[in-house]
Design a protein around this ligand. Structure first.
Ligand code: SME
Length: 166
């Protein structure tokens, strides 16, 4: 099967996210593998959303020293590999199970710099069957790039990813 990435022509964020939801469902519906779907999902968002410099996943890794976040499939510059739960924006989202909407990363205590271009960030926790599986992370070079509408759109998209897993 081949998937044609559509150039989204949307007049509003509502249209953009409605279009992306249907593209994501089409892209993931035939496959249940977490890495394969995370890779394609990151590529879809990175190439469709304006003003993003990093889109991808961190997954919980059960290590000898306890749980941590380990970088997963992403698009963007090479990133930090290990993030402790509760640390940075990603670790905070994973620990609190709440989406972190950060208009200015410099104002977020403990923000972890992976790409010096990032100015704002949105991190959605991924809860699968009651367990934190990891996080979906988006970075932007623009201040206050993400708002509540982006949050709702990306939470709905994250659910499409989670629903694709078995
Ligand atoms: N800024 C994140 C680290 C991950 S990168 O942005 C890809 C954080 O503070 O958790």
């Amino acid at each position: 099967m081949s998937f044609e990435l559509k150039k989204v022509k949307a007049d509003s964020k509502a249209d953009l996210y409605a279009d992306l939801l249907s593209q994501a469902k089409g892209l993931l519906h035939d496959e249940h593998d977490r890495v394969a779907n995370a890779a394609n999902f990151s590529a879809l968002l990175y190439h469709s959303l304006p003003d993003v410099n990093w889109v991808g996943f961190y997954f919980i890794n059960k290590g000898m020293q306890g749980d941590e976040l380990l970088v997963g499939p992403f698009q963007g510059k090479p990133a930090c590999v290990h993030i402790a739960l509760g640390k940075g924006v990603c670790g905070t989202a994973a620990k609190t199970r709440e989406t972190q909407l950060v208009p200015d990363v410099n104002a977020f205590p403990g923000h972890i710099f992976c790409d010096g271009d990032s100015r704002s960030e949105l991190v959605v926790p991924l809860i699968h069957e009651g367990e934190v599986l990891g996080v979906l992370d988006l970075d932007s070079p623009k201040l206050a790039r993400f708002d509540k509408e982006d949050q709702a759109g990306l939470e709905a998209l994250a659910k499409v990813f989670l629903d694709s897993l078995r």
